[in-house]
Design a protein around this ligand. Structure first.
Ligand SMILES: [Zn+2]
Length: 203
């Protein structure tokens, strides 16, 4: 399973043929195109090394596939690219029934040198390697804000859309956690690119 996932990532990376289409992602803020991916805009930052935590070639990501992040997210390139691909190929489709497009995502966390859920004695979090991002709110072009905390349990279109977003991330990301996973994720989605032998883990 792990091998086939790697093969998929490899194929996806090689699938971008020829020169990248930069015009698809305008760069009005003069940011740097990162990770050899025209869909990722932000600023490169120096390597991070803090004990067992850190990232080689980290990036501070401001836009993925034209969607602005509320605050720059510090990630490794694998995770930034997964996020960009998910937005472009899956997340926009997941909100289609609301007849709009995602324009911004509110970042609750990205790189952080800490244990899982900040619990003493727990394993180190994927956040400590730049493999993870937490997103709490998805904002659409029509002004609608889809909130994990407020909309997850609603039976309306907005609730359906936020649950569809969660489902659509399962596969692109190795781990997807939301309000059904545990009490720590009542108000955000945790996405990370850790690969598991048994496939994606989504709750
Ligand atoms: Zn998280």
């Amino acid at each position: 399973m792990k091998l086939s996932l790697l093969a998929l990532i490899f194929l996806a990376a090689c699938g971008r043929s020829g020169a990248p289409d930069i015009s698809a992602y305008p760069n009005e803020e003069g940011l740097t195109r990162l990770c050899n991916n025209p869909a990722i805009l932000g600023t490169p930052i120096s390597d991070i090394s803090q004990g067992g935590c850190g990232i080689d070639n980290p990036v501070a990501v401001r836009y993925v596939a034209g969607v602005r992040l509320s605050t720059p997210a510090t990630l490794n390139c694998r995770t930034a690219s997964t996020l960009a691909d998910w937005v472009e190929n899956d997340a926009q489709d997941a909100v289609k029934k609301l007849r709009s497009r995602i324009t911004e995502m509110t970042v609750f966390a990205s790189y952080a040198c800490r244990t899982r859920n900040n619990q003493r004695g727990a394993r180190m979090s994927e956040h400590s390697l730049g493999n993870a991002i937490d997103i709490g709110v998805i904002t659409l072009a029509n002004g609608v804000e889809l909130s994990v905390e407020d909309d997850w349990r609603k039976s309306n279109k907005e609730g359906a859309a936020i649950r569809a977003l969660h489902e659509s991330a399962c596969g692109p990301f190795g781990t997807v956690l939301g309000p059904n996973s545990d009490r720590f994720h009542y108000n955000h989605f945790h996405f990370d690119t850790a690969a598991y032998r048994s496939g994606s883990y989504c709750r």
